[in-house]
Design a protein around this ligand. Sequence first.
Ligand code: NAD
Length: 462
Amino acid sequence: MKAHDGMYIGGEWRAAAGTDAIEVVDPANEQIIAHVPAGTAEDVDAAVRAARAALPGWAATPPAGRAARVAALRDVLVARKGEIAATVTAELGAPLPFSQAVHAGVPILVAGSYAELAASYAFEEKVGNSTVYAEPVGVVGAITPWNYPLHQIVAKVAPALAAGCTIVLKPAEDTPLTAQLFAEAVHEAGIPAGVFNLVTGLGPVAGQALAEHDGVDLVSFTGSTAVGKQIGATAGAAVKRVALELGGKSANVILPSADLAKAVGVGVANVMGNSGQTCSAWTRMLVHSSQYDEAVALAAEAAAKYGDRIGPLVNAKQHARVRGYIERGVAEGARLVAGGPEAPREQGYFVSPTVFADVTPEMTVAQEEIFGPVVSLIRYEDEDDALRIANGTVYGLAGAVWAGDDAEAVAFARRMDTGQVDINGGRFNPLAPFGGYKQSGVGRELGSHGLAEYLQTKSLQF
Ligand code: NAD
């Protein structure tokens, strides 16, 4: 795997200020595949200065000009799709077909959607005797996680570019090679020097320096709720804009009128995809008591079919953490009907697709985000009971409702405290706002709502 040994700042690869490096490990075989520089506050400062210097020119570029550059970026992502998929597979461990379809495919859709939005968005409107302008917020500090390494980057950088903002990105330490590839794509797309800058490094060092930097106007963070709380507090103290996309513990609610086999099958697949490392995964499956035993059998069968087709977890720490949660579930009285805490292979950070039955709403496995291939089946007695369980966590990121007809599912979904709900297996929509209620976050990504996060309004009266 090719790695740059510098930072992408001001349109060029520059030597890092320090000498520390981060090892990049292939989680499927535990081999070190590359090293990237571990950035310091000095690198972050250089990157923020470059972004600030580039801001007036980029903010003044007409929307059509910005749209053309975002479209060019999308085209480079298309041309380099194979390389992107291979890189994600190498550093995240996702099976190659999943990397091709999702890790490389979705960012192309999202970048394309922002090329169109940049060209069509109403950056100016008349309200009575006023003209209201939507202007870029300024310099964006973007901090991203490893689970969808390119998607998380594009979901921030594409709308920021469309809005006229400039950016400093600090990607996750586990997946820096994908971020370096993205920086190459930005360069190839002809995006002016300094508009996008990349600093690789550790969260508590480079990430924190970026979140605290006076020259950053908006911090956009995706990651754990624990770190998000810290970043929110830092931004609040500085009266700085902040967007937080955090954890989840989403409910898959199967109403008695639903097609049970389909709802359970899609529900298990939703959790097992990306080895369970999806913040919006429906990790709690809620089933009416009259159908519970049948659902448990169907879920166990669906999980067993996955066998060893799922990839490893991202690193040794997550491997230990997820297996610890499975042990905790057993200790608290949940019943394992597929998988378990034993590592299925000697090498690589693999966990077997795991299904827990007899899970009660207050158990740890029903409350905390596991971030692994583990689904918990919870029994409910009636709709109010299902709603109480569905809403009974600190999170509210996503969810699903299945019923005999969409109207019945929609009525239930409207009562859920969550930001996004799939009705009877609804398809992914790259324009639908994504983000959390409660402790799952602040703000929205994707589509025009995602673009609005990077804009501030000015009104002129006549
Ligand atoms: P994490 O919070 O540990 O790391 C996320 C990013 O923050 C990384 O780039 C990391 O280096 C950086 N970071 C860590 N400590 C920091 C600090 N003190 N200051 C500044 N930056 C810091 O999370 P993770 O383990 O990478 O990702 C898993 C978590 O992310 C899960 O909880 C998951 O639900 C959440 N997630 C949420 C979404 C969403 O859209 N809501 C999407 C993906 C992942």
